[in-house]
Design a protein around this ligand. Structure first.
Ligand code: CDP
Ligand code: CDP
Length: 213
């Protein structure tokens, strides 16, 4: 069983993916953490993010035991991740890890940018989670504020727009909705409502009529 979830930054895909995984007893992989960790390690090893060989070397040496490092969630590493994510060499190394992860029983919920299009084109269920840039910037702003970061909401919105642009226009595995993915717009949904809507879409895709509540 593979549930593929894609969408732009702060659309709510990670939160929904985690809850779906618990609901169905599946494993969960946040693939954004892989790119964030490659960016962290490239910088730690003294490399340039724009240098594909330095980033690919960091990807090959990546220790997945470090994917829960809280530093990965900082705003700067989101931006940095989108730079290393442009290198096809980095994507090729991480593709192998992601394919192995989803193959392990009982299956997985996996979220990112290219899961339904490239990593798991034959997933049982595909969701594309989105929300307006303003709503996504507001959510990210609240998260950063809660973490004690001093940053203006307008700056967060500018970063979100930059990252959307970079992710949607890159040559290798750009962010886009797979033709067979169901669309979930969470702009006006809180987390519980988004989760219930996601479960309805998953059940519909599997041909069931069950509900989360
Ligand atoms: O949590 P947020 O949506 O802000 O970002 P993320 O999912 O952690 O992803 C960080 C960056 O990694 C994205 O902006 C993409 O450039 C890249 N990424 C990717 O290219 N492909 C994926 N499957 C996941 C992330
Ligand atoms: O994984 P992604 O970057 O798409 O987003 P996330 O980390 O799941 O959610 C980003 C932030 O928005 C978190 O603080 C969530 O609690 C919040 N959120 C929300 O307010 N309403 C939703 N429907 C989904 C997420």
């Amino acid at each position: 069983m593979i549930i593929a979830i894609d969408g732009p930054a702060a659309s709510g895909k990670g939160t929904v993916a985690k809850r779906i995984a618990v609901h169905y007893g599946l494993r969960h992989l946040d693939t954004g953490a892989l790119y964030r960790a490659v960016a962290r390690d490239t910088l730690a090893q003294g490399g340039e993010l724009a240098d594909s060989s330095a980033a690919a070397a960091a990807a090959s040496r990546l220790d997945v035991a470090t994917l829960d490092d809280p530093v990965l969630r900082t705003a700067g590493l989101g931006e940095a991740a989108s730079v290393v994510a442009r290198h096809p060499e980095v994507r090729a190394v991480l593709l192998a890890y992601q394919r192995e992860f989803v193959r392990i029983p009982p299956g997985a919920v996996i979220d990112g940018r290219d899961i339904g299009t490239v990593i798991c084109p034959n997933a049982d269920v595909k969701l594309f989670v989105t929300a307006t840039p303003e709503e996504r910037a507001h959510r990210r702003f609240l998260e950063l504020q809660a973490a004690g970061a001093a940053i203006a909401e307008a700056e967060v919105l500018a970063d979100i727009r930059d990252r959307d642009q970079r992710d949607m226009t890159r040559t290798t595995a750009p962010l886009r909705q797979a033709e067979d993915a169901a669309l979930l717009d969470t702009t006006n949904l809180d987390i519980d409502a988004a989760f219930r809507a996601a479960i309805d879409l998953v059940e519909a895709a599997m041909g069931n009529a069950g509900r989360a509540d």
